[in-house]
Structure formats: C-alpha cells, structure tokens
Design a protein around this ligand. Structure first.
Ligand code: B12
Ligand code: SF4
Ligand code: SF4
Length: 224
C-alpha cells in the first residue's frame, strides 16, 4: 500500500468511528486564494480533509416551513461533534509528524460578507462528496443535503478525490419548498434567504440563522 493510501485509511477509520458519515481528501491548491487564514499559516498545507456528519433523517422530517427548537439543538451538537472530530484528526496527524489546521464547522470570520475562513462546501465538493445543488448546498448522492461539514488542512500526503460532475437535473423540490422563494432553477438568492433566517430568529426564538427546509427536502441522487 502507498503511504498516501495508508494515511488516508487510518484517518478515515478514525473519523468514521467518531460518527462521521463521510470522509474524503482534496488537493486544495486551487481553492487556497479564497482562504481567510492569517499570516500564510495554511500556505504549505496542500490537502484538505472533508468530514461530514449526517443529521438525523427523522429529526429533519419534523421541519416543515422553518426551524424548530429540536433542530436548533441538533444543529449545535452536530457542530460540536464535527469540531471535536477535527481536533482528534489534528492530534493524530501531528503525532505522525505532520501539520494540521482544523477549520470550525460554523464560524464566521468576515461578518460583513458572511464568510468562514474556508468554504466547507467547496472543499467537500473537491473531496468527492457530491455537487453544489440548486439550493447552494453540497448535495451528496446518498444523503442529499443532510450532511454538515468541517475541514482539516494538512501537509500529510493523502489520496485525493476527483470531484463529481453530477447535477440536480429536473428536480426542483427545494425551490418549491423554500419559504423565502430564494431558490430558482438558475439562482440562489442570498439576501432573500438571509432575511428569512433573520425573521425566524425573532418569530421562532431560534438563537442562530438557521432554517433546515432545503436541507430536509433534498433527496440526493435521482432527484424526486
Ligand atoms: C456564513 C454562512 C451562512 C450565511 C450565508 C453566507 C454565504 N454567503 O454563504 C447564512 C446565515 C445565510 C447561511 C445559511 C445557511 N447555511 Co450556512 N454557513 C455559513 C458558513 C459559516 C460560511 C459560508 C461561506 O463562507 N460562504 C462563502 C461564499 C463565497 O460561498 P458560497 O455561497 O458557497 O458561494 C459559492 C457558491 O455559490 C458556489 N457555487 C459553485 N457552483 C455552484 C452551482 C450552483 C447551482 C449554485 C447555486 C452555487 C454554486 O460558488 C461560490 C464560490 O465558491 C458555512 C461554513 C463554512 N465555513 O463553509 C455554513 C454552511 C455553508 N451553512 C450550512 C447550512 C446547512 C446552512 C443553512 C441550511 C442553515 C441551516 N443550518 O439550517 C442555510 C442555507 C443557505 C443556502 N441555501 O446556501 C452548511 C452547508 C452544508 C451543506 N450540505 O452544504 C455549512 C457548510 C455549515 C456546515 N458546517 O456544514 N449560512
Ligand atoms: S434557501 Fe434559505 S430560506 Fe430557503 S429553504 Fe434554504 S435555508 Fe430556508
Ligand atoms: S432538492 Fe433537488 S434540486 Fe434541490 S438541491 Fe436537492 S437534488 Fe438539487
């Protein structure tokens, strides 16, 4: 077995044992100029590990026209598990003598533009987990949009994926379900989505900008 494959397999089984549904690795050199990481700290880290936690299908099915308290709690705990798993992978990689930088599941570093330090959807796509759907989320063939992600940047050599060239096709379930009419066949309207999420904070006493509707309805491969 090659060193890259051996490293990949060890990290993959660690992540899956921690409860992740998917594990993949990408060459991130093409994505690096979008990273918001100070002082060139990720400049020599050419690999991006993408881990994904699958939210509970049953819990998601409790979402009809917007977020509820159950989803809010689940969302928070999923982020914690992702961040803890990213820390464990970081510890393992460093023990092996390499460098690793864990990127939090849900941290905003540029509030004006609403940006995280690394775009998890982009890395997940490069790592072979699926495609960017009409809902602007990563769509996984098996799990739809129900995966939440974290990324670990590293210089540990890993087998990398070839991104999927699948698309949503005729499906329009998310466009029909979106309470903000923010999704069309050709466009995701960030401001319409964002305004609706701010409204939910007030009307549903939810502490963060979440929704869940386009997460719940997305079937993945095969559309409707
Ligand atoms: C800030 C933020 C938000 C902001 C939006 C800001 C923004 N511009 O994205 C708000 C509060 C509105 C938001 C809402 C939601 N978010 Co949010 N959010 C983030 C966060 C923290 C940073 C996003 C970021 O940096 N975006 C940067 C911009 C430039 O990226 P972008 O919009 O993806 O732009 C790209 C696409 O348009 C893309 N693109 C490429 N090809 C195609 C093709 C098509 C068809 C389309 C439409 C787009 C597209 O090109 C652009 C450049 O790369 C990430 C975590 C992270 N670090 O990634 C989570 C994250 C994106 N959110 C997530 C989720 C689930 C949601 C919500 C469903 C809320 C919820 N949890 O219930 C909604 C969905 C909104 C939507 N449909 O996109 C998940 C997505 C998981 C997934 N399966 O894809 C993430 C990755 C968090 C996580 N840890 O998993 N979010
Ligand atoms: S696009 Fe925004 S408002 Fe529409 S369903 Fe998705 S998260 Fe909710
Ligand atoms: S619900 Fe259908 S159209 Fe929307 S992102 Fe998922 S597969 Fe694509």
């Amino acid at each position: 077995m090659t060193e890259k494959k051996e490293n990949f397999d060890k990290l993959s089984s660690l992540a899956l044992n921690e409860g992740m549904a998917v594990f993949g690795a990408a060459d991130v050199t093409s994505a690096r100029n979008g990273f918001l990481i100070p002082n060139g700290a990720a400049d020599s880290l050419d690999y991006g590990i993408s881990i994904g936690y699958r939210l509970s299908k049953s819990l998601l099915s409790s979402i009809t026209d917007g977020p509820n308290q159950l989803y809010y709690f689940h969302y928070q705990r999923a982020n914690i598990l992702l961040d803890q798993t990213a820390l464990k992978l970081t510890a393992f990689i460093q023990r092996c003598g390499f460098n690793a930088l864990p990127v939090p599941a849900s941290q905003v570093v540029d509030w004006e533009k609403q940006l995280g330090s690394v775009n998890h959807r982009q890395i997940a796509r490069l790592a072979g987990h699926g495609w960017i759907g009409k809902n602007n989320l990563l769509v996984n063939p098996s799990f739809g949009s129900s995966l939440r992600f974290a990324t670990i940047l590293t210089d540990m050599p890993l087998v990398t994926a070839v991104p999927s060239d699948e698309i949503c096709g005729e499906c329009d379930l998310c466009a029909r379900a979106c309470p903000a009419n923010a999704i069309t066949d050709t466009e995701y309207k960030l401001s319409a989505c964002s305004d609706k999420l701010k409204e939910f904070i007030k009307t549903r006493r939810i502490g963060q900008m979440i929704c869940g509707v386009c997460v719940n309805v997305c079937p993945g491969k095969g559309g409707k």
